[in-house]
Design a protein around this ligand. Structure first.
Ligand SMILES: *Cc1c(COP(=O)(O)O)cnc(C)c1O
Length: 362
């Protein structure tokens, strides 16, 4: 009997990419595959995103893993390179670099290369993480334009800090600041992450950079993927491995953190923080068994969680499948109970979970 499993629905992945193309019909798509494709499996996900125009990752090792997996698509390194010795690796593997500081420009100018690499110049319009200052743009742009180590088209990008919140005026300010800065340049522009694609059509530009929404999940405040026509790609499941009765007022689990005010039945399910389920998920965090929602109770332990199934057991049997999140239980909702974001829950799924890929296109 397979216990903790992540079913990855590749037809949902393809559907979500089509949705993105419908939402941003004039933009090309850079599919963001960092952090093991948000916990979905880097190479397999990439193999099933051949209709994307490019891939984007955070680290060179992730990009090399894609090449080792046989993928020949353009790959953008979202943080560029961190060391001059990486530049020849970029050229050899046809990786594109996001350039976000002067040290990288110095290194590029000084590199001894057999050919140019493609770059994206990232401008900080208010995120204040990576990116050159707006007043550095003209100077750095010209230096890149004049370097024989850089391909002639300098693509321009920025990143949003608050696009998940439609009420926040910051995104519009960032879009306006960026478009004004780049107005005199005939270059490809890229602004939008998933939240930009969904919430801010004026940010679509020439390229979009969806991560989370590819996996069917909504980045927007108080929304789930389904609200935007997306389908969750991951279904995280396990099984009921024991059912027991507990009397009223009897503390359950590590630390005795929970007790029922009446006699009840508990289902013990084989999933815990050792599988990446959040240890801080509160009492009442939902799971689905046989089409019914139940709440978890007590401490999440490494391998198991207890679920209150009520005094009549609700038809639950040992061996029943338990959906922890997926198409019937949005991970967005679980994230709220765990006081985190769906991104973290997806990334945290551990290698102990067995991955199954379904509905691959023949
Ligand atoms: C991770 C990342 C994205 C994708 O963001 P989502 O919210 O997952 O769509 C886009 N751009 C950059 C620079 C990123 O780091």
């Amino acid at each position: 009997m397979k216990l903790a499993a992540a079913e990855i629905d590749l037809s949902a992945l393809a559907h979500n990419l089509r949705c993105i193309k419908e939402m941003a019909p004039s933009a090309r798509v850079m599919a963001v595959l960092k952090a093991n494709a948000y916990g979905h499996g880097l190479v397999t996900i990439a193999q099933h995103l051949q209709d994307a125009d490019a891939f984007a990752v955070a680290r060179i090792d992730e990009a090399l893993a894609l090449r080792a997996g046989g993928l020949t698509n353009p790959i953008v390194l979202l943080e560029g390179f961190f060391n001059a010795s990486d530049i020849p690796i970029l050229l050899a593997n046809n990786f594109q670099a996001v350039i976000h500081n002067e040290e990288q420009i110095n290194a590029l100018e000084q590199a001894q290369l057999d050919g140019p690499i493609a770059v994206w110049l990232k401008i900080d319009t208010g995120m204040h993480r990576l990116g050159i200052e707006p007043d550095q743009l003209e100077r750095f742009y010209l230096r890149l334009k004049n370097s024989p180590n850089v391909k002639p088209n300098i693509q321009l990008m920025t990143h949003f800090s608050c696009a998940d919140d439609k009420q926040n005026p910051k995104t519009k300010q960032q879009i306006k600041a960026f478009l004004k800065l780049v107005d005199n340049k005939q270059e490809q522009l890229c602004l939008a992450n998933s939240a930009g694609i969904i919430g801010w059509p004026m940010s679509h530009g020439d390229w979009v950079r969806p991560g989370l929404m590819l996996y069917g999940i909504s980045p927007m405040v108080a929304k789930v993927g389904h609200n935007h026509g997306l389908r969750p790609v991951m279904k995280l499941t396990t099984k009921v491995i024991a059912i027991r009765r507990v009397p009223a007022n009897e503390p359950v689990g590590y630390g005795g953190r929970w007790q029922s005010d009446k006699d009840t039945m508990l289902a013990v399910v084989a999933m815990g923080y050792g599988d990446g389920y959040p240890r801080h998920a509160k009492n009442g965090t939902p799971v689905m068994i046989k089409g019914q929602r139940f709440g978890i109770v007590g401490s999440v332990s490494m391998d198991m969680i207890t679920v209150d199934i009520g005094d009549n057991q609700a038809g639950v049997q040992i061996g029943d499948e338990v959906e922890m999140w997926g198409p019937n239980l949005p991970v967005e909702e679980v994230a709220i109970y765990a006081e985190t974001i769906p991104y973290e829950l997806l990334c945290n799924v551990t290698p102990r979970v067995s991955y199954e890929y379904l509905n691959a296109k023949k």
